[in-house]
Ligand binder design. Structure first.
Ligand code: NDP
Length: 490
C-alpha cells in the first residue's frame, strides 16, 4: 500500500549550502498540483545568498579534496549515495509526489530508483574517462589531460524534479566539480533531501548545494563569475536567456535541454495495432504530456489511421486521475491551475480554427479538484496551427495522416524543434531510412521513451537544445581538456 497522507510529510523547506539547511529570503507559497492547496513555503534567495552559495561551493571545490580524490574513491562515495537514496525510497518518493505531478507508484518504482541508478552510472565513469596520448615527434610526448571545471550551475525543471536534477548533478559531481542546483520554485523540496543524503554518503559538504527561489535566482546564478558552466532544462525561451547570460558573463559553456514537438510516424505495415496504440497513448499521457520528449504529433499512414485513433482513445479511458498520493493514480495532474487554463485555451482556439476534437478537450474533475486535463485527440490539424507548432506540455495529441514515406518525412519536419521522434513499422529498411532522415536528437524505433540505458545520451537538435544529458557525453561536458606537449630531446 503506497497511498499516504500528504499533510504528514515532513517538508525540508530551506536552501542547502555548505552541507547544512539554510533559511533566508522571503517565503514563496508552494502548492500541491493534485489539489491546488498550499502546503509549504520556500525561501526566495537574495542575490547575496546566491553569492554565498557559489562562494561556498567554490571553496569546497578548492579545499575539500573532492576534485583531487582518486577517481575510485569518488566513485565509492557516489555509490554509497545511490544506496542511501534507494534505502530512503519511501521518504523521497513521498516528498516527490506530494508537491509534483508524479504519482506515488511511479515515484517509488521509477523516479527514485532511476535517480539512484543514474548516480551509480556516473560514479562508474570517474576512473574510465581520461585524456589521450597524441602521436607526435619521437622525442616529444603529446597528450591531453582532463580536469573538472569548478562550480557548475544547474537549473532543473519541475516535471521530474529528482530525475532531471540527477542528470545534471551526477555527472558534474562524478567529474570532480561542485554544484549549485536551482530547482523549480514549484517543486523545490525533494532535491534538498537528495543533497542531505550526499553529505551522509561522505561527499564533502559544499560539493552539492541547493538554492531556492523565483524571479532572479536563475539569472544571478548563471551570471555569477565563479560559475564555470551552466546546465539547464526548460523552455526554449528561457534556454536562450540562460545562453545569453553565460555569453555575457565569461563565455561559459552551456548544456541546454529544451522544448520539443516530437512526431510519431506509424506505417500501415505495423503488426500489432493494439500494442502500437498503447505505445502512442503512453507517449502523450505519461506525466500528462508534461515531458520534453512527449510524442505529441501522431503522423499515421491513412490506411490504418481510423482504427489506430479509435484504439488510442480507448487506452486514454483507462487512465486513473487521482491525487498523486493515491497508489491507484496513473494520470498526472497538470502542474498548476494556470497551466490547466492555458492548455484548455489552446485546445479551444484550435477547434475554433477548424480542427476536429476527437476526444477530451476539457479539464477533468476529480474528488479533490479540477487539476487534471482530459487526454485529448485533435484531428484535421496542420502546421499552420499553434497546437501543432508549439510545445503544449499537456496530454494533447495532434493527428495528421500521410500516404507515402516522403509525405511522412515532410510532415515530421518541424520549423524549429528537433528533440525526438518515433518510428513504428515492420519494415527494417524503411525504419533505417527514417532514422537517417529525421531531424531529431533521438529516434526510437518500435518503442517510444527512455530505457534504463544511461549510456544513451539525450539532447535535441535546432531549438531543442545544445549538448547532451546522460551518456559519456554528459560526463565529458563536465571536464575541460588541457593539451600538453613535452620536449625531452635535451
Ligand atoms: P522555464 O523554462 O521558464 O524555466 C524556469 C526556471 O528557469 C526557473 O528555475 C527560473 O528561476 C529559471 N530562469 C528563468 N529565467 C532565467 C534566466 N534568465 N536565466 C537563468 N535562469 C532563469 O520553465 P517554466 O517552469 O516556467 O515552464 C514553462 C514552459 O517550459 C513549460 O510550459 C514547458 O513548455 C517548458 N518546460 C520544458 C521542460 C523540458 O523538459 N524541456 C521542463 C519544464 C518546462 P528564476 O525565476 O529564479 O530565475
Amino acid at each position: 500500500m503506497l497511498s499516504f497522507n500528504p499533510s504528514e510529510v515532513r517538508i525540508p523547506n530551506s536552501h542547502f549550502i555548505g552541507g547544512i539547511a539554510v533559511d533566508g529570503g522571503t517565503g514563496i507559497d508552494v502548492k500541491r498540483p493534485s489539489d491546488n492547496q498550499s502546503y509549504a513555503s520556500v525561501p526566495n534567495a537574495t542575490p547575496d545568498l546566491v553569492d554565498q552559495a557559489v562562494e561556498n561551493a567554490y571553496r569546497a571545490f578548492k579545499e575539500s579534496g573532492w576534485a583531487d580524490l582518486s577517481p575510485r574513491d569518488r566513485a565509492k562515495a557516489m555509490k554509497r549515495w545511490a544506496n542511501l537514496i534507494e534505502n530512503d525510497v519511501n521518504t523521497l518518493a513521498q516528498l516527490e509526489s506530494v508537491g509534483s505531478t508524479r504519482p506515488i507508484s511511479a515515484a517509488v518504482n521509477w523516479d527514485v530508483p532511476f535517480c539512484a541508478e543514474g548516480i551509480r552510472f556516473y560514479a562508474e565513469y570517474a576512473d574510465k574517462c581520461g585524456g589521450e596520448v597524441i602521436p607526435t615527434q619521437s622525442d616529444h610526448l603529446g597528450m591531453t589531460i582532463t580536469e573538472p571545471l569548478g562550480v557548475v550551475g544547474a537549473i532543473a525543471p519541475w516535471n521530474f524534479p529528482l530525475v532531471m536534477a540527477s542528470w545534471k548533478v551526477a555527472p558534474a559531481i562524478a567529474a570532480g566539480n561542485a554544484v549549485v542546483l536551482k530547482p523549480s520554485e514549484m517543486t523545490p523540496f525533494s532535491v534538498v533531501r537528495l543533497a542531505e543524503l550526499a553529505v551522509e554518503a561522505g561527499i564533502p559538504s559544499g560539493i552539492f548545494n541547493v538554492i531556492q527561489g523565483d524571479g532572479l535566482v536563475g539569472d544571478t546564478l548563471a551570471r555569477h563569475p565563479m560559475i564555470s558552466k551552466v546546465t539547464f532544462t526548460g523552455s526554449t525561451h528561457t534556454g536562450a536567456l540562460v545562453m545569453t547570460a553565460c555569453a555575457q558573463s565569461g563565455t561559459k559553456p552551456v548544456t541546454l535541454e529544451l522544448g520539443g514537438k516530437s512526431p510519431q510516424l506509424v506505417f500501415d505495415d505495423i503488426k500489432d495495432i493494439d500494442k502500437v496504440a498503447r505505445r502512442i497513448a503512453g507517449a502523450i499521457t505519461t506525466n500528462s504530456g508534461q515531458v520534453c520528449v512527449a510524442g505529441s504529433r501522431l503522423l499515421v499512414q491513412s490506411g490504418v489511421a481510423e482504427q489506430l485513433i479509435e484504439r488510442i482513445s480507448s487506452v486514454f479511458e483507462e487512465q486513473i486521475a487521482q491525487s498523486t498520493w493515491q497508489d491507484q493514480a496513473t494520470l498526472s495532474p497538470i502542474i498548476s491551475a494556470k497551466e490547466v487554463d492555458r492548455i484548455d485555451s489552446v485546445v479551444r482556439k484550435t477547434v475554433e480554427e477548424g480542427a476536429n476534437l476527437y476526444t477530451g478537450g476539457c479539464p477533468l474533475e476529480t474528488a479533490d479538484s479540477s487539476a487534471f486535463y482530459k487526454p485529448t485527440i485533435l484531428t484535421d490539424v496542420d502546421m499552420s496551427m499553434g497546437v501543432v507548432r508549439n510545445e503544449i506540455f499537456g496530454p494533447v495529441l495532434c493527428v495528421e495522416t500521410f500516404e507515402t514515406d516522403d509525405d511522412a518525412l515532410s510532415l515530421a519536419s518541424h520549423p524549429s524543434y528537433g528533440l525526438s521522434a518515433g518510428v513504428h513499422t515492420a519494415d527494417l529498411n524503411r525504419a533505417m531510412r527514417m532514422v537517417k532522415s529525421l531531424d531529431a536528437g533521438t529516434v526510437w524505433v518500435n518503442r517510444y521513451g527512455r530505457s534504463w540505458d544511461f549510456a544513451i545520451p539525450t539532447g535535441g537538435f535546432k531549438s531543442s537544445g545544445i549538448g547532451k544529458d546522460l551518456g559519456r557525453q554528459a560526463y565529458e561536458a563536465n571536464r575541460r581538456v588541457k593539451s600538453v606537449l613535452i620536449d625531452f630531446s635535451e
